[in-house]
Design a protein around this ligand. Structure first.
Ligand code: UFG
Length: 337
């Protein structure tokens, strides 16, 4: 069964390709290599022994998208990761984000809905909840005004899919709202490849520990949490990847209850920044150089998932602990150096 993975050479995309191949799916990857490397294909091959079909294609090129789908009429499902994802960059360059995250989604949906079978999995984010009033956050929590153009593209993306599902009963779609995916494949053949100075906590920690950065800045310790630092739900990327395969299978088996469904992907446990640092120091047996600095604008205090809907309806549960995820990130950093 042929599955298209857009952005399949990226962090979550590549781990999902591995899990799809492990389940016997034939994978076609589209990636424009703007934030990914062709070497990832070798990493995937080293793990699964199979090379996915790869097409370097920019989804902003509408005629190229149309031509691609003419050749691949037999696609049974799409997992759509391709998008820009840096919150700060989106504030500086909103139009790039709207073009790259919204136009491309529209082009893919236009072609997908022409196929006989239209199964679609969308990368969404817990950012759609903003600072939720109730913890843990259930899928029924209100969508808050977006904090950034990036966050807005996820909200608008979900609306575009919902609107299209409303008038097209043949289109079946699931939006997966990720909390904070971290870690790397246990083989350390694939992992996160941040370009430049990492914005996210875990690559910043591992780069500091290996000596690429002098010191981690912890953004604020005066939040109303157990130790004053922000709380997030850090989930191992392999658990996130497996959830995509389960969600896709749900659509292929016609087990979805409506043609647009939403699920949280998290562990259900919140961890503070200092707890993450402690977990890292324990598994790496190193001492991390960090200092407390001012709050980072735009950070929510706390966000962790109510996972009961995904657990019950998808039959999926995150299996890895925070320490396992931190250890896998550290192993990956040591391979990268
Ligand atoms: N943090 C630091 N120092 C750093 C980096 C991060 O203290 O150098 C802290 C942040 O203040 C935050 C926590 O670590 O409390 C996690 O920060 P990340 O940047 O790793 O993750 P965020 O929760 O801010 O962002 C993630 C995704 C976004 C998404 C957002 C939704 O990276 O794509 O969740 O809430 F929009």
């Amino acid at each position: 069964m042929k599955i298209l993975v857009t952005g399949g050479l990226g962090f979550i995309g590549s781990h999902t390709v591995v899990e799809l191949q492990n389940k016997g799916y034939q994978v076609v990857i589209i990636d424009n290599l703007s934030n990914a490397s062709l070497d990832v294909l070798e990493g995937v091959f080293a793990i699964t022994g199979r090379v996915p079909i790869f097409e370097k294609l920019d989804l902003k090129d509408k005629s190229a998208v149309q031509a691609f789908f003419k050749v691949h009429q037999d696609i049974q499902g799409i997992i759509h990761f391709a998008a820009n994802k840096a919150v700060g960059e989106s504030v500086v360059n909103p139009l790039m984000y709207y073009e790259n995250n919204i136009n491309t989604l529209v082009y893919v949906l236009q072609e997908l809905t022409k196929l006989k079978v239209s199964n679609f999995i969308f990368s969404s984010s817990c950012t759609v909840y903003g600072q939720a009033d109730i913890m843990p956050i259930a899928e029924t929590a209100p969508i808050k005004p977006a904090e950034s153009p990036y966050g807005n593209t996820k909200q608008i993306g979900e609306e575009i899919i919902q609107d299209t599902c409303n008038i097209n009963a043949k289109l079946n779609s699931i939006a997966l709202r990720y909390f904070n995916p971290i870690g790397a494949h246990e083989s350390a053949k694939i992992g996160e490849l941040p370009i430049g100075v990492p914005q996210n906590l875990i690559p910043y920690i591992t780069q500091t520990a290996i000596g690429l950065r002098d010191q981690l800045s912890v953004f604020g310790n005066d939040y109303p949490t157990i130790d004053g630092t922000c709380v997030r739900d850090y989930i191992h990327v392999v658990d996130v990847a497996k959830a995509h395969v389960v969600a896709l299978q749900r659509l292929l088996d016609h087990k979805n209850q409506t043609n647009f469904e939403v699920f949280n992907l998290g562990t259900g446990t919140g961890s503070t920044v200092l707890e993450v640092i402690k977990a890292f120091e324990k598994v790496s047996n190193t001492k991390l150089n960090y200092k407390i600095v001012d709050r980072r604008p735009g950070d929510v205090v706390s966000a962790f998932a109510d996972t009961s809907k995904a657990n019950l309806e998808l039959g999926w549960k995150a299996e890895h602990t925070l320490e396992q995820a931190m250890l896998s990130s550290w192993k990956w950093q040591k391979v990268l150096k």
